[in-house]
Ligand binder design. Structure first.
Ligand code: COA
Length: 165
């Protein structure tokens, strides 16, 4: 069974992330969405909220059923990947601006665990400019962009910013 880990902050999950997850699940038998505990990044949603939100989004999408799981991990990604017997790390690249950062992480991870390779998927064109920061910024002012994030996420964002109950 080929297991891949898809790490990130997911604060919150966007349609861009879902695009990558949907495509990764065609390549691997199982995709583990791994929410990283990153103390240097101030997040809007707590770890548990992010996990619950992703689980809600997954449960509403039959095509992901049984193929995708969500976990929270602490520490090094490569250590976690080996623990869950993942043979690959999946990362999405949206534009050339993502490349330098991803290449640096790739080199570090490769050094730490040569047996865990990284598979880069290029974001589909319609999602290549989405980021969690952008959707949070718009929601802060009471608006959501339907194509950017799943409805469950848009609702959670509007609630978080007090625009709906
Ligand atoms: N579609 C839409 N948005 C995407 C995207 C895609 N396909 N791919 C990335 N993004 C966005 C995210 O929304 C996020 O946006 P934001 O900055 O506005 O929140 C941004 O790109 C980058 O976030 P993310 O992919 O979550 O990466 P990160 O930099 O927060 O975390 C980890 C990267 C978790 C993989 C890395 O920190 C890690 O491995 N940590 C564990 C510790 C470790 O092992 N360190 C050694 C390696 S350095």
């Amino acid at each position: 069974m080929k297991i891949a880990v898809y790490p990130g902050s997911f604060d919150p999950i966007t349609n861009g992330h879902l695009d990558i997850i949907n495509r990764a699940k065609e390549i691997f038998d199982k995709v583990i969405i791994a929410i990283a505990v990153n103390s240097s990044k101030k997040t809007l949603f707590t770890l548990e909220e992010r996990k619950e939100l992703i689980e809600k989004v997954i449960s509403k999408r039959k095509e992901l059923d049984g193929k995708v799981e969500v976990v929270i991990f602490r520490g090094l990604l490569t250590t976690f990947a080996k623990e869950i017997k993942a043979t690959a790390i999946v990362r999405g690249i949206r534009a050339v601006t993502d490349f330098d950062y991803e290449y640096a992480i790739y080199q570090v991870n490769r050094e730490l665990a040569p047996e865990v390779d990284t598979v880069f998927l290029l974001a589909s064109r319609e999602f290549s400019f989405i980021s969690s920061t952008i959707i949070k910024e718009v929601a802060r002012y009471g608006r959501v962009l339907k194509e950017y994030a799943p409805p469950e996420v848009n609702e959670a964002l509007l609630k978080k910013f007090g625009h709906i109950q």
